[in-house]
Design a protein. Sequence first.
Length: 101
Amino acid sequence: MGWAGQSNRLPSGEVIIKNPRPLHAGLCEGSSDLIGWKTITITPDMVGKEVAVFVAVEVKTEKGRPTDGQLNFIAEVNRSGGVGFVARGADESVRILKDGQ
């Protein structure tokens, strides 16, 4: 969530938002920070075509903990044939996407 409204920058660099209103963004409550897909090659018995697989990465700091909603979202992505996981940084995200969990 963020805030939207008329912004004014002060000489100090601070920003004041007039008439603020909350701005909720994302796919749905509990959805991961990063979503997209990765292309995989279907096995020969599936005609060898490539398809896009939905990917959801919940990014957390070393001590950060995903919410129940976020864990539920990731579980549903995985149950539905996608790839969902919690990562502790870009390197871990890339490793998991390349090598699996």
